[in-house]
Design a protein around this ligand. Structure first.
Ligand code: ZN
Length: 374
């Protein structure tokens, strides 16, 4: 049975460890020790550590099952968190856990981690039947899913999986998520002294403003969006700026729509540049691909069945955000993202209902049991 006190104590312990992306070593070492204590064979994914230049790689722990022929289930969460996350001082009031308002709480994604660890503990102490389990704790999720993107895929051999990393209450099951492309553009002008010889210059900021009127922006349709998110350039008011950099993205839940929109954005930049007589460079950086899970896939069936078994009402829905599950699906492991109760993530108002932590742990445990019966 899930031990509430133990879950809460571990949650409070883990969120106090500072673990900014690329600096996950401290929490990573602690996780290696805990996963080994629980009987797992832990491998650190050196490929991800070297590719990202951080001090820790993804962790993959494999637990041998005691049931024959059961599928291998994968449980994932991420080790890193966003800033500000130094000196988190958690508080509990009326069953809700918050920070003191000066930092994030870090429930994203420690809520996922503690519920996975509690599941492993209960399996062991109650000697429950289960198939093989792979636990994957990724690094650098908050850096555009970089840990899972640079993962050594040969370490993974699960049949399907669950990423414990969605906002929303336990019972929420994500069946589709968008992919994302980043589109970075440099617009070039010519520098000159703004007071002595402005006519010798070409103002790149002015050119960028003209070009951007051509570029699509916002919601394209129900499952497709794009955004111009960052613009930078210029050095001083007395210098005609010679370069402006524009950074944007587009997303869709369907690959072909994403590719089409990316092309439209690229074409719009080119048309705008031609009209303005500007030289530009365009760079398209694919971040991750979208996925749509069939409701008949084992991952969806297990998540739904387990939710119902413990009295949760399954809430199957799409999301507008990416997660490590985008990459796991791309690697051929059908993987859904689950609500763990975290609210207002990435802000100092982040909070989680205490009971949701326990309910999520119960849900994950039930998913392992349902899988053993598959
Ligand atoms: Zn997260």
């Amino acid at each position: 049975m899930v031990n509430k006190e133990r879950v809460l104590a571990e949650f409070m312990e883990l969120i106090k460890i500072t673990c900014i992306s690329k600096q996950e070593r401290e929490v990573g070492d602690l996780m290696i020790a805990r996963l080994q204590e629980l009987g797992g064979t832990v491998v650190e994914d050196v490929k991800s550590r070297e590719a990202l230049g951080g001090n820790c790689g993804n962790l993959v722990a494999t637990f041998k099952g005691n049931v024959e022929k059961a599928p291998t289930i994968m449980l994932t969460a991420h080790l890193d968190c966003v800033v500000p996350c130094a000196n988190i001082k958690p508080q509990i009031k009326d069953g809700i856990i918050t920070s003191d308002g000066t930092t994030i709480l870090g429930g994203d994604c420690k809520a996922g981690i503690v519920t996975i660890l509690e599941t492993l503990r209960v399996l062991k102490e109650d000697n429950l039947p289960h198939g093989d389990i792979q636990v994957v704790f990724t690094v650098c999720e908050e850096l555009g899913l970089a840990g899972s993107k640079n993962m050594d895929q040969s370490l993974l051999h699960a049949d399907f999986g669950f990423t414990l990393d969605s906002s929303g209450r336990p019972g929420k099951i994500i069946d589709m998520a968008p992919g994302q492309n980043k589109i970075n553009v440099k617009v070039y002008g010519k520098t000159a002294h703004a007071g002595l010889a402005p006519e010798k210059g070409v103002n790149a900021i002015k050119l960028a403003a003209q070009i951007l009127t051509y570029v699509p922006q916002g919601r394209i349709d129900e499952e497709t969006t794009c955004n111009i998110g960052l613009i930078s350039g210029g050095r001083a008011t007395n210098i005609v700026p010679d370069m402006v950099e524009i950074k944007g993205e587009c997303r869709s839940r369907h690959q072909n729509k994403m590719e089409k929109l990316t092309q439209e954005i690229v074409d719009a930049y080119k048309a705008g540049a031609e009209e303005a007589g500007a030289k530009i460079d365009i760079e398209v950086l694919p971040s991750y691909n979208p996925y749509v899970l069939s409701h008949n896939s084992t991952a969806m069936i297990v998540a739904k069945q387990a939710a119902e078994n413990i009295g949760l009402v399954p809430d199957i829905t799409g999301t507008g955000g990416g997660s490590d599950a985008n990459h796991f699906n791309e690697y051929g492991i059908s993987c859904t993202v689950l609500g763990v109760g975290m609210t207002n993530c990435h802000t100092c108002e982040e909070c989680i209902i205490e009971e949701d932590l326990y309910k999520t742990a119960e849900w994950v445990l039930e998913m392992v049991k349902v899988t053993a019966e598959q």
